[in-house]
Design a protein around this ligand. Structure first.
Ligand code: AHR
Length: 325
């Protein structure tokens, strides 16, 4: 940050943040390094945990964090990034709600000489110099793990044929696209599985409920053997609907979910969910470590994937530590 920016900090920041709704670093919260972080929303416990992880790591590193919550709106993310550019933050981090539509604003960041770290989700661009690094899950691998679990479960119960309904995440988002692709790759060519439907629940619990109601109306409980849901929030919504309809999830229907939030892990322990592919929201420390390297002029890896596991009804989960989200 230039001396000019530091001196004009309070006034300019207030003006900019009034426009984009971002929260400014408070006194004592930040030092010389300022990171602008555009979070896509607060649609799930995962997302709230992810925001907390970024805040905690920024504080631990002594960085100021300009945080903007876009409430699921791409236009809000774009205008937050523009505010960060105008403020001349040291690094921009953002979690893109969808993959497309970022080239213009990222070109503006590059022209301003501000490195961009994509967190949690990827973008679709022909020019990968528009971002400096990506920190987030390997969503393709998550989808494959979900498919591999289904094969194992079908073997274990001796299933001859299973109808699978998919409740997907936000359309045009990386986790939605790759969790679907990885799952399909894993079960491809296995005649025991028919994917009867894929509908989007937008990663929201309320929409997970709606999707489940819609699926039950159209296929009936007897027409669906497996629900593959792209996140725990939607799974928890689907559970409510299934149980209200007299279906025993985890017993009458196999439920496969993604994330590993506490409420879903509890449901897995109770036998109401069969498998959860972990997706960790704890990305903050990875991101701030890269920020530190960048501000010291050190090279950083283009891609960082956190370690993730799978929790299933084949495992003993009695010693699993509290999830923290
Ligand atoms: O991008 C990660 C996904 O977004 C998580 O699985 C989900 O819970 C969140 O909304």
């Amino acid at each position: 940050m230039s001396l000019w920016s530091k001196l004009a900090f309070p006034l300019i920041l207030c003006l900019l943040l009034a426009g984009c709704g971002a929260r400014a670093p408070e006194d004592g919260e930040g030092g010389a390094v300022v990171v602008g972080f555009s979070q896509l929303g607060s649609e799930s416990a995962w997302r709230i945990g992810n925001t907390a992880s970024m805040e905690k790591a920024a504080k631990a590193h002594g960085y100021g964090l300009m945080l903007d919550n876009a409430n699921q709106k791409q236009e809000k993310q774009i205008s937050a990034i523009r505010s960060f550019i105008a403020y001349q933050v040291d690094v921009i981090a953002f979690s893109p709600i969808v993959e497309t539509g970022w080239d213009n604003v990222l070109t503006e960041a590059r022209t301003a000489g501000i490195p961009v770290i994509l967190t949690d989700r990827m973008i679709d661009t022909r020019d990968d110099t528009l971002y400096t690094a990506y920190v987030g899950a390997d969503f393709l691998e998550e989808g494959r793990k979900a498919g591999e679990y289904l094969i194992r479960k079908a073997d274990a119960i001796g299933a001859e044929h299973l109808n699978v309904a998919e409740i997907s995440g936000t359309l045009d988002s990386t986790p939605m696209r790759e969790r679907q692709q990885g799952f399909m790759q894993a079960i491809e060519g296995d005649p025991r599985f028919t994917v009867i439907e894929s509908i989007s629940g937008d990663f929201l619990r309320s929409k997970g409920e709606e999707c489940m109601r819609d699926l039950l109306d159209r296929y009936g409980p007897e027409g669906i053997d497996v629900i593959y849901s792209h996140n725990d929030a939607m799974t928890l919504g689907a559970l409510d609907v299934l149980e209200a309809a007299g279906v025993k999830p985890g017993v009458d229907m196999i439920l496969i979910s993604v994330d590993g939030e506490q409420a879903a892990v509890d449901a897995l322990r109770e036998g109401r969910v069969n498998c959860i592919v972990e997706c960790t929201p704890d990305l903050g420390e990875h991101v701030m470590t890269l920020v530190e390297a960048l501000t010291q002029g050190k090279p950083i890896p283009k891609t960082t994937h956190p370690e993730e596991t799978v929790f299933t009804d084949f495992d003993d989960l009695s010693n699993l530590a509290p999830r923290g989200y």
